[in-house]
Design a protein around this ligand. Structure first.
Ligand code: ADP
Ligand code: MG
Length: 245
């Protein structure tokens, strides 16, 4: 099946000093696909996500968003960056703004929406993530799981073509993990294109079209969840799975 590529990395390389953190990365994520990225700590998963959103520069290779190469800077970069929403481990909400304002802010600043229009859209999205009644609260009054759902609503508010999640449940207490995964699963079912760095294997099995296993800055395996979890090919993946399962 030929899927239309939405995010493409071609021969991407990146160093931090002497450390080669992304080595000849080639990855294509089709429209509507959900790709789970797993791998040991330090393997380059966060750097990969950050490179796609140009929070990190790369030294060589090309990154394309919906067929357009990410430029190094400028207006075009800001426009393309807004097409890809990002959800981090630490929710990064503005502490002194209400939940509603957190979701509305970038819509006004980046998308140029009127405040009233942005707030309407924010309320719709807060409803969608199960937080309609929390709009006037401040982040500190919410649980971690609720804050992360606000962060997801904020990312969705930009109408992105794709969402990147970098360990979205790693900072959460165990009882809050599912409420966040449920929202992500729902987005996956609705056809959102997603790259998700997570060690939540249940999510990978139920939502992912592909699992990408990274080690030492390289993509070692890129296969379906069944193939990967039942019969990993590489010793690195076998070793990793034996430690986390
Ligand atoms: P992962 O998300 O898989 O744990 P990262 O992408 O965060 O891995 O990091 C990959 C490697 O790059 C690690 O060895 C990390 O210490 C290093 N690294 C990450 N960010 C920086 C940075 N800003 N400066 C120097 N080294 C970094
Ligand atoms: Mg990381």
């Amino acid at each position: 099946m030929a899927v239309e590529p939405l995010i493409e990395l071609r021969d991407v390389n990146k160093h931090f000093g002497a450390l080669h953190v992304l080595r000849d990365i080639n990855l294509t994520v089709g429209r509507g696909e959900v790709v789970v990225v797993i791998g040991p700590s330090g393997s380059g998963k966060s750097t990969l996500c950050r490179a796609i959103n140009r929070l990190e520069t790369v030294e060589s290779g090309t990154i394309l968003i919906d067929g357009e190469a990410l430029p190094a800077e400028g207006k075009e970069l800001a426009r393309l960056r807004a097409e890809v929403g990002m959800v981090f481990q630490s929710f990064n909400l503005f502490a002194h703004r209400t939940v509603l304002a957190n979701v509305s802010l970038a819509q006004v600043k980046v998308r140029g929406r009127k405040r009233g229009e942005a707030d309407r859209r924010s309320r719709e999205l807060l409803e969608r993530v199960g937080l309609a009644d929390q709009a006037e609260k401040f982040p500190a009054q919410l649980s971690g799981g609720q804050q992360q759902r606000v962060a997801i609503a904020r990312a969705l508010a930009m109408n992105p073509k794709a969402l990147l999640f970098d360990e979205p449940t790693s900072a959460l207490d165990p009882e809050m993990i599912n409420e966040v995964l449920e929202v992500m699963l729902q987005l996956a079912r609705e056809g959102m294109t997603m790259i998700v760095v997570t060690h939540e294997m249940g999510f990978a099995r139920s939502a992912a079209n592909r699992v990408v296993f990274m080690a030492d800055g390289q993509i070692i395996e890129d296969r379906t969840p069944e193939q990967f979890f039942t019969a990993p090919e590489s010793d690195r993946a076998k070793d990793f799975l034996s430690k986390i399962l």
